[in-house]
Write a protein that binds this ligand. Structure first.
Ligand code: CTP
Length: 419
């Protein structure tokens, strides 16, 4: 397939080099069309080496090939990544000061725009209106991820992982049944198939970190593997997946909107915001139960007298129980809430007894209980769980790879949502 990859002038341009790699490795012919500003971030040589094709920016280069209309006309997919606020404003106004502008004016194929910018710019009414204009013309504009931005700020505006962009691009490359090609023909979320089609599932994963000072934190051993597998299983079942990830040793899932968080409070806020219109929540994140009462602004130094610092801790909000409580108070929350119970068992009480007590305490519909220890559960590629249900149905066991376990959990989720 012939793809035009438009790159505009944002720092995320370097991540588009990875996106280009995914496209060429899948066997597609990719013409990279950077704007002049984009070349300030990543030079022509990089794009030419990775695409294996000449790279042009200006309308007046290669005029003999009528490049400014040929590229757009021949393209079967145009992806603009990253798209700055300025580039989207130009596209919405139909301006073509450079080759990319001409491509966008002449393309009749699906167009995917991937914004990346600081939160203020993304939320500026001008940008909001430009995004709405582009979408009304059948152009797919991805919502950016939330998380750390270029500076110290964080919020919505982050460039999504190249794998997510590529998953979206591949979706656009498959025309919806019966649809004519061209802007407006791309399959929306409603065209997904599978038992969770039309459902939105929020999945949390990874561990939270509670900062002590600028360099130290209290954390845990969670790898995020099980949560990523759950997000992938839910997406494979047709769900629209929102993935909220803390600290993880694996990449976030492709095909999901990804929000990255660090502390329990950030995870809490993201869950509350993203659950309001969701059908299900799967709380697979390993959440800190305690955090330092105080954050020390500068690095804690060793005391001259040899004494050790005392760290005071306080309880963190229980996010899982909080969503159940909010729902009971009438706040819009998912109808199915799934918790995880990492248990070790002790002299008096078995892992499953602890699990049953936790299910009752949390008030959720299902609790996935697994045994953890130094070598069990966390970071491993296999898992063994028992699913306990609030409505009294029999427990269900699942074991195998984390993907197998995820598929079994999603099977139960399908049943609970159907009920
Ligand atoms: N959880 C949460 N918020 C917290 C702690 C835990 O939402 N502050 C969620 C986890 O994501 C998980 C479930 O609660 O889905 C159980 O987590 P776990 O740490 O095993 O349970 P705790 O409530 O912390 O109970 P325990 O006393 O056994 O540590």
């Amino acid at each position: 397939m012939r793809i035009v990859l438009g790159v505009t002038g944002g720092i995320a341009a370097y991540k588009s080099a990875l996106l280009l790699r995914l496209m060429t490795e899948a066997g597609h012919t990719v013409d990279v069309v950077p704007t002049p500003a984009a070349l300030g971030f990543v030079g022509k040589a990089t794009w030419e080496a990775l695409s294996g094709r000449p790279v042009r920016t200006d309308t007046f280069e290669a005029v003999e090939t009528v490049n400014h209309v040929r590229l757009g006309r021949e393209a079967e997919l145009v992806v603009v990544a990253p798209a700055t606020a300025d580039a989207m404003a130009r596209a919405a106004a139909g301006l073509a000061p450079d080759l990319l502008g001409n491509v966008l004016l002449t393309a009749t194929c699906p167009v995917l725009v991937v914004p990346a910018m600081h939160t203020e710019m993304w939320q500026n009414p001008a940008t909001v209106a430009n995004v709405a204009t582009l979408r009304s013309r059948g152009i797919t504009v991805l919502d950016p991820d939330s998380g750390r931005l270029t500076g110290l700020d964080s919020g919505p505006g982050r460039f999504p992982e190249p794998e997510r962009i590529w998953a979206e691009a591949q979706r656009l490359m498959r025309p919806a049944p019966g649809a004519a090609p061209g802007p407006g023909s791309q399959p929306g979320p409603g065209t997904a198939t599978g038992p969770l089609a039309g459902r939105t599932v929020v999945v949390t994963a990874g561990g939270t970190r509670e900062a002590l000072d600028p360099v130290r934190y209290l954390g845990n051993r969670s790898s995020g593997k099980q949560g990523v597998a759950l997000a992938q299983a839910a997406a494979a079942a047709g769900a629209t997946v929102r993935f909220i990830g803390g600290a993880m040793s694996v990449e976030p899932p492709s095909g999901a909107a990804v929000t990255r968080v660090e502390s329990t409070q950030e995870l809490h806020d993201a869950v509350m915001a993203q659950c309001a219109d969701a059908d299900a929540l799967i709380m697979a994140a390993a959440v800190a139960d305690f955090r330092p009462t105080e954050y020390v602004e500068s690095k804690i130094k060793k005391a001259e007298d040899g004494s050790s610092p005392v760290i005071h801790l306080e309880r963190t909000p229980d996010i899982l129980a909080g969503t159940v409580r909010a729902r009971a108070e009438g706040v819009p929350m998912p109808g199915v809430i799934v918790g995880f119970g990492a248990e070790t068992g002790d002299a008096d009480t078995s892992v499953l007894e602890h699990g049953a007590a936790k299910l009752a305490r949390k008030g959720c519909e299902m609790l996935v209980v697994n045994q953890v220890g130094r070598d069990l559960g966390f970071g491993q590629d296999i898992n063994e769980v028992t699913m306990l249900f609030a409505d009294g149905r029999d427990p269900v066991q699942a074991a195998g790879s984390k993907a197998d376990v995820a598929a079994a959990v999603v099977d139960q989720l399908v049943g609970l949502l159907a009920d």
